[in-house]
Design a protein around this ligand. Structure first.
Ligand code: EPU
Length: 416
């Protein structure tokens, strides 16, 4: 297994190119199942999760022509099963459920089970599909979904769920009549999927608000779509400028998508220069402690909680960080403490008392964003940090070492 070795305590300066958004690309790859033909996807990020999604599509009968754009041929898709091996590798595999049942009226998808950051049930995906007339049975660890036809309906989500909203949008787009999704997720990735479905001939209004209205159509055509820049990757590199007291320009990006993060980093003392498609984040010698609560978009993203916590370990004063989306997303805390951080946890709140320095140490993490937080801590720490279980990072950060080296980090990947 690979390890990342970082020699820290160096300010990072320069420009980092931002790749296509993982969490936009995953539902869009699933959406290719909705229409037979050749789909062209531009700016697909080169990530492990994307490879897993392609393996799943291949298993269902799709074929690919590699390159940018990536061509996805879906004429011969005839499979309807997402097996346990792929779903356990990547939970987002459940995104094929909506499209398969919409196109073939049948799907068999492994139940994902819990993961490192929480229980993460899919009850809201399943309840929503039932409202569209899909019969759902749970058998031997699999969801077996079947329908004679899908009929539009009102669906109210108890919690705004990102992939749940995506799954239901993809099912409803081919249902008969009107579907209204209430308390829908407002994340930019949902808006991006809606744009993509509209370009395929779907009729969707209100994406980006909490009420999405879908008028079903009988058929869709293949898409030609460019994936938007990854807002979490972008925000992670801005935090790298903050924690190392450097200056990093990220481009391309959509500044509106990371407004909540920028607002908090400003409170922490960073300065920003913002243009249409780039942001320069300038770190300040003094990092101020700040309070953060994660929330659904447009609130502060849970996917940035671990990274900002690493920065707060070096702040003057105390920070209170409350995780409101996932019940177990503090796995990075004990590793940050091994680097000298002073953090205590009470329920879903972490109290971070800033210290002048962190020390490099061997660390490991159990999920993607926790790993990113340890890399950030390592970039600022004195001495050498070794981050193991690098495969987590490879799920969500394209060319991480190359991008960080180019702005002055001493970072290497070695085989363990
Ligand atoms: N929830 C339910 N029932 C459901 C669905 C969700 O109770 O049927 C709960 C979850 O347990 C959680 C909350 O609702 O407490 C919100 O979860 P959501 O469904 O929105 O999360 P997700 O769709 O599984 C996506 C991203 C995550 C990101 C979350 C929150 C993708 C592929 N994944 O997950 O990304 O953290 O939204 O913004 O889009 C990551 O990229 O590192 C990552 C984990």
């Amino acid at each position: 297994m690979d390890k990342i070795i970082i020699e820290g305590s160096r300010p990072l300066n320069g420009t980092v190119p931002i790749s296509g958004a993982k969490n936009a690309a995953l539902p869009i790859l699933a959406a290719t199942l909705l229409a037979g033909g050749v789909h062209r996807l531009h700016n697909i990020p080169l990530l492990r999760d994307i490879r897993t999604a392609k393996t799943l599509l291949y298993h269902l009968g799709a074929t690919f022509e590699e390159g940018d754009p990536l061509s996805v041929h879906t004429d011969n898709v005839d499979g309807q099963e997402a097996p346990y091996d792929l779903v356990k590798t990547m939970r987002a595999s459940v995104l094929v459920l909506g499209p398969l049942v919409a196109r073939f009226k049948k799907a068999r998808v492994s139940l994902p089970g819990g993961c490192a950051i929480g229980a993460r049930p899919i009850n809201l995906h399943l309840g929503g599909l039932e409202r569209l007339g899909v019969n759902i049975e749970l058998k031997h660890g699999y969801v077996e979904a079947s329908a004679k036809r899908l009929s539009g309906n009102h669906i109210y989500f108890d919690i705004p769920t990102v992939t749940g909203t995506a799954n239901l949008m993809m099912a409803a787009v081919l249902a008969e009549g009107q579907t209204i999704l209430e308390n829908a997720a407002r994340e930019p990735e949902v808006v991006e999927l809606a744009r993509c479905l509209i370009s395929m001939g779907g009729s969707i209004q209100g994406a980006g608000t909490s009420v999405i209205t879908i008028e079903g159509v009988s058929e869709l055509r293949p898409m030609d779509h460019t994936i938007m820049p990854d807002r979490i990757e972008a925000a992670t590199y801005l935090t790298a400028a903050g924690i190392t007291r450097g200056s990093i320009t990220i481009t391309p990006c959509i500044p509106d998508h990371i407004e909540a993060v920028i607002h908090k980093l400003e409170q922490a003392g960073m300065e920003f220069q913002i243009s249409d498609d780039s942001i320069t984040g300038i770190g300040n010698e003094v990092i101020r402690g700040i309070d953060i609560k994660t929330n659904p978009y447009p609130g502060f993203p849970t996917d940035m909680q671990a990274q900002i916590m690493a920065m707060m370990c070096l702040a003057q004063g105390q920070s209170i960080i409350t995780e409101k989306i996932f019940e177990n997303r503090f796995m990075h805390v004990s590793e940050l403490k091994r680097m000298g951080a002073d953090i205590s946890i009470e329920g879903n709140t972490a109290i971070v008392r800033g210290r002048p320095k962190l020390q490099g140490a061997p660390v490991m993490a159990t999920d993607l964003r926790a790993s990113a937080s340890l890399v950030l801590a390592g970039l600022a720490a004195e001495g050498v940090t070794e981050v193991s279980r690098v495969y987590h990072l490879d799920r969500g950060y394209t060319l991480l070492e190359e991008k960080l080296s180019a702005v002055g980090a001493r970072i290497d990947r070695v085989k363990e």
